[in-house]
Write a protein that binds this ligand. Structure first.
Ligand code: IMP
Ligand code: MG
Length: 186
């Protein structure tokens, strides 16, 4: 079954995503390299990317190929929009945090920042592991709602408060493979 009929509008086209992902990759790699250069003598300067599954899968796959630096990739599975829900049902950890985060430069990557619950929870957990630094990156950021204070260093695009799919984001598990960011036809 073709996907295209299911979308009302496209918010971010494929080419604009690619351009922005390239810009983010260059900027983030530069910032991480600067942190690594400042690592105190005697400490191994590891860079660890933590991708929030499943939504960040496509974004992270593209972003890491724009970052020509030594890094480890880890995954953390979290669920907040189970099945057909279009608002957060609370954050559920579905996997343990990766180990060996102490003294590492960590980059936490998610697909979208909405209420902030997902990143707020993860940032708290990761900070308990005492990383050398922690930065956060999202492809999309929605305005409004009762937002938790979440520090996000890198944002791909600010979008209106609509439920979007594509480029990793899903509705009931579908549409992650659509190459653009789209609003579903209702
Ligand atoms: P938050 O915890 O409310 O900030 O929501 C973040 C998580 O909810 C993201 O990791 C997404 O998986 C999911 N999410 C939020 N908004 C959308 C959307 O518009 N489409 C698909 N998933 C979304
Ligand atoms: Mg998610």
């Amino acid at each position: 079954m073709a996907l295209a009929n299911d979308f009302a509008t496209t918010l971010v086209e494929k080419d604009r995503i690619a351009q922005r992902v390239h810009e983010l990759g260059v900027q983030i790699a530069k910032d991480l390299q600067r942190s690594v250069a400042a690592t105190p003598a005697g400490q191994e300067p590891h860079i660890v990317i933590i991708a929030v599954m499943t939504g960040a899968m496509v974004f992270v796959a593209d972003l890491i190929r724009e970052m020509p630096i030594k890094l480890r990739i880890e995954l953390v599975a979290v669920s907040s929009y189970p099945g057909t829900s279009v608002e957060s049902k609370g954050v559920k950890m579905k996997s343990a945090l990766p180990d060996k985060l102490a003294n590492s430069h960590v980059l936490l990557i998610d697909d979208i920042l909405d209420s902030g619950q997902t990143l707020h929870t993860l940032i708290d957990l990761i900070n308990k592991e005492k990383p050398a630094s922690l930065r956060t990156c999202v492809l999309l950021r929605k305005p409004g709602k009762a937002k938790l204070p979440v520090k996000v260093e890198y944002v791909g695009f600010d979008i209106p408060d609509e439920f979007v799919v594509g480029y990793g984001l899903d509705y009931d598990g579908l549409y992650r493979n659509h190459p653009a960011i789209a609003v579903l036809r209702t």
